[in-house]
Design a protein around this ligand. Structure first.
Ligand SMILES: Nc1ncnc2c1ncn2[C@@H]1O[C@H](COP(=O)(O)OP(=O)(O)OP(=O)(O)O)[C@@H](O)[C@H]1O
Ligand SMILES: [Mg+2]
Length: 264
């Protein structure tokens, strides 16, 4: 079953200033795109900077309005022009982690308040404090840390808090837009492991934007390659990495440094 279905999804942005002929120009950040995301799958979106990855995921989540085209999540049309309250169903279904853990955490709120906020905002019933302690443990943090403030955490811990907040309401879809790029290798590996574990234990559908093909390789079963606002290649991760069809994917893969195998 398709959990997310995009049809002819397109986003143009006005270009700054006017052209020589006095018209306001537009730039196509996303050319008409169809995309199906199957429930329970894990999709990696890769591609160079400016290729439209964030634009695509923002449209899928109803965080931005398409110039044309449609998105349906769990069979329901997403209408980003609707008042915020009427998109609660979509917020309940989805969790989102951004690249920069510091910018996405309100410094005046304690970790517990930050993590628990979606439970209150989305009116999720149950013992909310207990749920916050539970997810803190799930992301490998001490539940006592709920009392602390963002500046008292390391970068890796902050990203765990952002992840805890994204999963606290038990979404069926977790979307990460470069959620790991601000982290060092060790912390990145720990969070990757956590994502793999979450998928196993909660049947989460994962959509992961990443520059890092190693990341995509370790958690994504499907990969989408973007260039210049279009999807230029898609398929099973193993197949695409083994035999990339599009010249751009080949270039992208060739740019990865390969550590030579030690002599036998
Ligand atoms: N709010 C906006 N206003 C104007 N142009 C925008 C806006 N958001 C994105 N764009 C443009 O759309 C194109 C695609 O941007 P997008 O952020 O989707 O790229 P990306 O693939 O996520 O890149 P990165 O890897 O650097 O995050 C870029 O040319 C960008 O300048
Ligand atoms: Mg981006």
């Amino acid at each position: 079953m398709n959990l997310i279905e995009a049809r002819g999804l397109q986003r143009d942005f006005p270009t700054p200033g006017r052209s020589t002929f006095g018209r306001i120009g537009t730039q196509t950040a996303l050319a008409p795109t169809d995309l199906d995301i199957v429930a329970g799958s894990s999709v990696g979106i890769i591609g160079e900077s400016g290729s439209g990855k964030s634009t695509l995921v923002r449209l899928l989540l109803g965080l931005d309005r398409p110039t044309s085209g449609t998105v349906a999540v769990d069979g329901r049309p997403v209408d980003p022009s609707a008042p915020a309250r009427s998109l609660h169903w979509l917020r309940r279904l989805t969790g989102l982690v951004f690249q920069d853990p510091y910018a996405s955490l309100d410094p005046r709120m304690s970790a517990g308040q930050i993590i628990g906020e979606p439970l209150w905002a989305l009116d999720i019933p149950g013992d909310r404090r207990a749920r916050v302690r539970e997810v803190l443990q799930q992301v490998g943090l001490d539940p006592e840390m709920a009392e602390r403030y963002p500046h008292e955490f390391s970068g890796g811990q902050r990203q765990r808090i952002a992840l805890a907040r994204a999963i606290v309401h038990r979404p069926r879809i977790l979307v990460g837009d470069e959620p790991l790029s601000a982290l060092d290798v060790t912390v990145r590996a720990q969070i990757l492991e956590l994502l793999v574990e979450l998928r196993r234990s909660t049947e989460l559908t994962l959509v992961l934007v990443s520059h890092d093909i190693g990341v995509v390789q370790s958690v994504c079963d499907t990969v989408v390659v973007m260039k210049g606002g279009s999807i230029v290649e898609r398929g099973g991760t193993a197949a695409v990495l083994r035999a990339p069809q599009h010249p751009y994917t080949r270039t992208l893969l060739a740019a990865i440094p390969v550590i030579p195998a030690p002599p036998a």
